[in-house]
Ligand binder design. Structure first.
Ligand code: S3P
Length: 171
């Protein structure tokens, strides 16, 4: 199947962009991020789109952005944390190498708790993150061909583990 060599999924703040860029360097491939595509196309931040138009409108824009990136990009592709909520998007991921970057709640709060640019976690981050993961964990697992825990690991370590997981898949 053509399309990205690797797709990264996982909750916000888990390090998809940082790890994705490291993986792209290691594999000598381009890096693309659907959140960046949306911001560039809309000329507004993700937070502004949420506030101006609401989550449903953002998800519709996101769905189109993911579909486009999956056809256009052949490198490392990171998806926004909620992209897998869409059943059609999950269907499109079938047949791709998809790495789910996971983390536990304490790591999540450490990494995202004070980040107001992430509208879904702006208030009571610990509780919101737990609820978010209850709704999403099985969806990340459903689309993943490999799961890499990021807790206590540096981005470099995470990308090494992800590369090993990918090599195992290819062997
Ligand atoms: C979201 C994750 C964000 C961004 C938006 C919604 C989510 O992307 O798409 O704020 O629902 O988990 P990152 O995972 O890249 O932060």
């Amino acid at each position: 199947m053509t399309g990205p060599a690797v797709v990264l999924v996982g909750p916000m703040g888990v390090g998809k962009s940082t790890v994705g860029q490291l993986l792209a360097q290691r594999l000598d491939l381009g890096y693309r991020d659907t959140d960046d595509d949306i911001v560039a196309a809309e000329g507004r931040s993700i937070a502004e789109i949420f506030v101006d138009e609401g989550e449903a409108a953002f998800r519709a824009v996101e769905k189109r952005a993911v579909r486009r990136a999956l056809t256009e990009h052949d490198g490392v592709l990171a998806l926004g944390g909620g992209a897998i909520l869409d059943a059609d998007t999950r269907g499109l991921l079938a047949g791709h190498q998809v790495v789910y970057l996971s983390m536990d709640v304490e790591e999540a709060v450490k990494r995202t708790g004070l980040n107001a640019a992430r509208p879904l976690l702006a208030v009571n981050p610990r509780k919101q993150w737990r609820e978010l993961m209850e709704a999403r964990r099985h969806l990340y697992e459903e689309v993943a061909t490999a799961v890499v825990a990021t807790d206590g690991r540096t981005p470099e370590e995470v990308s090494e583990v992800a590369l090993d997981a990918l090599e195992l898949k290819e062997a």
